[in-house]
Design a protein around this ligand. Structure first.
Ligand SMILES: [Zn+2]
Length: 224
């Protein structure tokens, strides 16, 4: 169980996402919660996100550093080309080396599933992560996180209560000023998504007067 404290500490969770804002959008509530439980959280970002904002005006890595600082997460930056990430041996080997070094108990990456419209970098990263995880000589828990867009094919089976971490998640998303105009960066959007999962998971069993916010994942692999 992820939140039991009987394991040796620190336990390590590693996120592997394509762009500097993906972890915040998809999983920062969960990551903030893990940090509170004493976990190490390592956020790996495959690209510099140079297609999402003019690099002469914005350094998206600084935005990611500020967001990681909110929860005390460590960062690993790749330098693969934004928009052109390929599921090739270069990416897979790099991920294998990072996995071997960090030996995470939990890995979080993109959910692509049956979507035909997922970002091409997300498709490549998720595929490369699945291959690297399959080759690891231990069996980490693998969670696929809800992407930035509204994906009708996303059918989560693992949920985490982020009610106490929701404001931190919004603050982290808000630090990505270069992306501020995108619809999936708006607090309203995350209010809707997290409330939707909270209401449906709790099925009317919310604590009186307290709005529940949850994140949703697809659990791809877990060994107990
Ligand atoms: Zn992305």
């Amino acid at each position: 169980m992820l939140f039991q404290t009987t394991h040796q500490s620190p336990r390590t969770a590693l996120t592997i996402f394509a762009h500097p804002d993906d972890a915040e959008i998809s999983s920062f509530g969960f990551l903030a919660k893990l940090r509170k439980q004493g976990w190490r959280v390592v956020v790996l970002i495959v690209t510099r996100g140079e297609n999402g904002a003019d690099p002469s005006e914005w350094d998206r890595r600084l935005e990611a550093e500020a967001a990681a600082g909110l929860i005390g997460a460590e960062l690993i930056f790749g330098d693969f080309p934004d928009g052109f990430v390929a599921r090739n041996s270069e990416l897979i080997s790099w991920l294998e080396r990072v996995l071997d070094r960090e030996r995470p108990e939990v890995i979080v990456t993109h959910h692509v599933g049956e979507s035909r419209t997922a970002h091409q970098d997300h498709v490549a990263v998720e595929a490369a992560v699945q291959i690297a995880v399959r080759r690891a000589d231990w069996t980490p828990t693998l969670l696929l996180a809800e992407g930035p867009d509204n994906d009708a094919t996303f059918r989560p089976n693992w949920f985490v209560d982020i009610t106490d971490e929701f404001e931190t998640k919004l603050a982290a998303i808000g630090l990505h000023l270069s992306q501020g105009r995108k619809y999936y960066m708006q607090p309203d959007y995350h209010e809707l998504r997290s409330r939707r999962w909270g209401l449906s998971v709790l099925a009317g069993r919310e604590r009186p007067g307290i709005k529940a916010y949850w994140e949703a994942y697809f659990l791809a692999q877990q060994v107990n």
